[in-house]
Design a protein around this ligand. Structure first.
Ligand code: PLP
Length: 453
């Protein structure tokens, strides 16, 4: 299968090429040239263990990797999950289900994609005889999931910059207590924006970038989206047969990667009643789906920090399909949005999407209500999904383990969430580098510790 750019000005690539490139050369995102129809396969997939289902789905796309290799890569990617179901679907009442996506090693749904991506990178690098130095900045969660996906991988070194003292102590431990030799968490004396600016500057030094094969971790990699389609299909197949087609998936949303994957699974033949874009107070997508106006606002820090963004990088993929693959139109919209911070759709068709918005006080309230009603502790991101459930069958995606957010939980309810993984982390030694917020100093660190062929 070939993967085309949403902006239409780059060559289509095979699966491996698109994964290694990340971003297309015209600045667009890779999308499958044609979406396979899985509707005739769904029944034969019923009852498969999660990794097997994942393999059966991904082989429809990754046809340039021998099937037996792909199966090994997939199997390995779900080994570090602490629940045999990988993505257990728990029933709260007759019409409300919780899809638990927090059983991976960093206790958030990003593990589903980043564990797979890490193994895929290792495999493709080995085959091509290449090495990469991954460089990224994080304000908390993505960094730990990326690190965990890449730790101990051959031919990869990882440098993750974060603002010293401004990520939570648990988040720092998730990055700095891995014990891996190829991972370098770097505490920067500055803000997240300073860290981000250094990363941008080093990527812009093209000679340096080339010499050290710098690679990015970002939420737009094609492999991440495809790996995330799988748990929607898994949940669909776990639901009672008579209600499964009428389920609406409610998805706590930031960069639009998670929910886009569900919608793509739907376009490929998985029945669903719809997809609810559940935002926090950073509500650019909520406003879009209510009014057709896509207009950037100011990022306001919330209790659900992994959703604190205004520009949703994966949204371009939705625009591509919504505009019937008219790549000239996608270019026009993206370029207008980049220069003016807005785009007003003249006739906006939300397709299967609806949307809700959840402020901080509602986040706490929803944590309390769900605990009182069902005895289940949910995290602040998942709480956004409980904002406005309609009367139909709803599957709320639970994107993080509540133990990652002890303060908010404590202020909402009297119970406490615990995770053995996080408890164990507290006993380990922190190993981190410290550095002034200066691109040249970071460059020196990479030159000293990076990997080279
Ligand atoms: C990343 C993240 C989100 C948002 O997911 P997107 O794919 O960016 O929409 C929601 N919840 C948690 C816990 C996350 O880490």
């Amino acid at each position: 299968m070939k993967f085309a750019s949403t902006r239409g000005a780059a060559d289509a690539l095979g699966f491996s090429g698109a994964v290694m490139e990340g971003l297309a050369s015209d600045g667009g995102l890779f999308v499958p040239e044609t979406l396979p129809d899985t509707s005739c396969k769904l029944e034969s997939w019923r009852g498969l263990p999660y990794p097997k289902l994942c393999f059966e789905f991904l082989r429809l796309f990754a046809d340039d990797i021998p099937a037996s290799d792909l199966e090994k890569i997939v199997d390995l990617s779900y080994k570090k999950f602490d629940d045999a179901q990988i993505a257990p679907l728990s029933k709260l009442d007759e019409k409300t289900y919780l899809l638990e996506l927090y059983h991976g090693p960093t206790l958030a749904f990003k593990d589903f994609a980043l564990q797979f991506l890490g193994n895929l990178y290792e495999y493709l690098l080995e085959k091509s005889g290449r090495v990469i130095n991954v460089l990224g900045a994080t304000s908390g969660d993505t960094g730990s999931a990326a690190i965990n996906g890449l730790l101990g991988k051959k031919n990869v070194s990882v440098f993750i910059l974060y603002p010293d003292g401004r990520v939570s102590p648990l988040q720092e431990r998730q990055m700095a207590c891995t014990g891996a030799q190829n991972v370098f968490p770097i505490a920067i004396n500055g803000t997240f924006d300073d860290a981000q600016a250094i990363v941008k500057e080093l990527f812009a030094r093209l000679d340096f970038k080339k010499q050290w094969s710098l690679a990015a971790v970002n939420s737009i990699n094609l492999a991440r989206i495809l790996a995330q389609c799988v748990y929607y299909i898994y949940a669909y197949l776990k639901l009672p047969k008579e209600i499964a087609p009428s389920a609406k998936f409610v998805v706590p949303t930031g960069n639009f990667g998670n929910i886009l994957a569900g919608w793509l699974a739907h376009k490929m033949g998985m029945p669903a009643r719809g997809f609810c874009v559940a935002t926090n107070q950073n509500d650019i997508l909520y406003r879009l789906f209510k009014t057709g106006r896509y207009e950037i606002g100011k990022v306001e820090p919330s209790y659900a920090p992994s959703m604190d963004i205004q520009v949703s990088s994966n949204f371009e993929r939705f625009i591509y399909f919504a505009e019937n693959k008219n790549t000239a139109k996608v270019r026009e919209i993206m370029s207008a949005f980049k220069s003016t911070g807005k785009w007003i759709f003249s006739s906006f068709n939300p397709d299967a999407f609806s949307s809700t918005r959840c402020g901080d006080s509602s986040i706490k309230n929803n944590i309390r209500l769900v605990f009182e009603k069902y005895g289940k502790i949910i995290d602040p991101h998942t709480a956004c999904g409980f904002e406005e459930l309609d009367g139909g069958v709803n599957v709320v995606l639970s994107t993080a383990h509540p133990a990652k957010f002890p303060e908010v939980i404590k202020s909402a309810i009297s119970a406490e969430a615990k995770s053995p993984i996080l408890e164990e982390l507290k006993t380990r030694r922190i190993e981190r580098l410290e550095c002034k917020a200066d691109a040249d100093l970071i460059k020196q660190i990479i030159e000293k510790r990076g990997i080279r062929k």
